[in-house]
Design a protein. Structure first.
Length: 248
């Protein structure tokens, strides 16, 4: 594996932070200074400031993120972070981001290549959101969401959209733009008052209370590690405008 990935797996820094350690000359591989393009084999000896490092086992955690918690490893303002909530022996970091006021499914891992793949638009990872909004969205508004909305950074891809209640909409997206759900619903005249991500890449929050987390099952890890993750089940079919309210 590449040296910066090894350092991230050892829990000493993110891959970007690992690059800085390497450039500062603090990392050696078999006694030689490591470089950004250095690859580490199974029996190589990697040291940071003279101390030998061992890679951590790959770890995957699904968190039910509560409101008021920021999606980062550290917060300069001292707010609670998602990493604070996941008491895992491995150093895991969040895949993607949820706003502080958004709740729901968040994956944390130390598997850098997987995290990069899940975040890449090419793979179209499925994300399911439940949004409480101002007003009562009409069938026409839902149809606009399905067809794609013109935003300031370009049109969105078609989405699945259905009504869970008079002022509650479920959206299933395969993109990950900043504040995308909030911007889409504001564009059709229904600003979001509460947002919850009920599923991510097929992972649901069944049995998890807000603030709780669990490790992934082997079958879930295998599916996530496949070349393209399978989409999770959504309550919306492409042509539906409503369905019975989901249990919370």
């Amino acid at each position: 594996m590449r040296l910066n990935v090894f350092l991230a797996r050892a829990g000493v820094a993110s891959r970007r932070g690992a690059d800085e350690l390497i450039k500062a000359g603090r990392v050696t591989v078999n006694g030689e200074l490591g470089e950004l393009n250095t690859f580490v084999a199974a029996n190589d000896v990697v040291k940071l400031d003279g101390e030998r490092l061992q890679p951590q086992q790959l770890a995957y955690a699904l968190l039910h993120k509560p409101a008021g918690v920021v999606t980062t490893a550290r917060d300069p303002q001292g707010r609670p972070t998602v990493v604070d909530l996941v008491d895992h022996p491995a150093r895991v970091v969040p895949v993607g981001r949820l706003d502080a006021d958004t709740t729901g499914a968040l994956l944390l891992t130390n598997d850098g290549p997987l995290a990069h793949r899940l975040a890449h638009p090419r793979y179209g990872v499925e994300k399911v959101y439940e949004a409480e909004v101002e007003g009562k969205p009409s069938d026409a508004a839902l149809q606009r969401l399905r067809e794609g909305i013109e935003l300031d950074d370009g049109p969105t891809a078609p989405a699945k959209a259905c009504r869970l209640g008079p002022s509650t909409v479920e959206l299933t997206l395969h993109e990950g733009r900043k504040h995308q759900v909030k911007r889409m619903l504001a564009a059709v005249g229904h600003p979001v008052t509460r947002l919850h991500r009920s599923a991510y890449a097929g992972l649901t929050l069944e049995g998890l209370e807000p603030g709780a987390w669990r490790g992934l099952e082997p079958s879930e890890m295998a599916r996530l590690s496949a070349e393209a993750p399978e989409p999770g089940r959504s309550g919306c079919s492409p042509g539906s405008s409503s369905r019975p309210p989901a249990s919370r």
